[in-house]
Design a protein around this ligand. Structure first.
Ligand code: 4NP
Length: 154
């Protein structure tokens, strides 16, 4: 069965839909079958499409994320996904505290640990900044996604 991957950030309108789009794009290029979704720990943007700046940044790279719709992370997601990747350490804490099952908690990790194991690097929130923040997020997500795809191919 295809591995199931959930990307998680705060609003599910900037970083995690970008992560979903980047990983889907790179997996398709490499003919790796994955099921990928994204969610936010917060509820403010439920039902919204990604931030216009995230859509524009990704469009420049040839990736269309305009059809994605934000949803909130739910404890059921621990059972529906094999990997739950959070964009920053606050998202990590907010996800992990939603279960007492230490086995399920091991599904959760910071996404950047794929590229730089144990460094616990955050993907910075670009929401309150300029367009260059989205470019930086994109580059980081490509790094992490390339590393993740290498790991699951081994
Ligand atoms: P994201 O960015 O977590 O990368 O989707 C944010 C989007 C919205 C808000 C914060 C972060 N907000 O406060 O509404």
């Amino acid at each position: 069965m295809a591995p199931k991957v959930l990307m998680v950030c705060l609003g599910n309108i900037c970083r995690s839909p970008m992560a979903e789009g980047v990983l889907r794009h790179l997996a398709q290029q490499k003919s790796i079958t994955l099921e990928i979704d994204s969610a936010g720990t917060g509820s403010w943007h439920v039902g919204d499409q990604p931030d216009v700046r995230a859509i524009a940044c990704m469009k420049k790279k040839g990736i269309d994320i305009s059809k994605l719709k934000a949803r909130q992370f739910h404890a059921n997601d621990f059972h529906s996904f094999d990997y739950i990747f959070t964009m920053d350490s606050q998202n990590y804490r907010d996800v992990v505290k939603q279960t007492n099952d230490s086995e399920l908690q091991t599904k959760v990790d910071l996404y950047m640990n794929q590229a730089f194991p144990s460094r616990n690097q955050n993907v910075p929130d670009p929401y309150f900044g300029g367009d260059e923040g989205f470019e930086q997020v994109y580059e980081m997500l490509v790094n992490a996604s390339e590393a993740f795809l290498q790991h699951i191919q081994q």
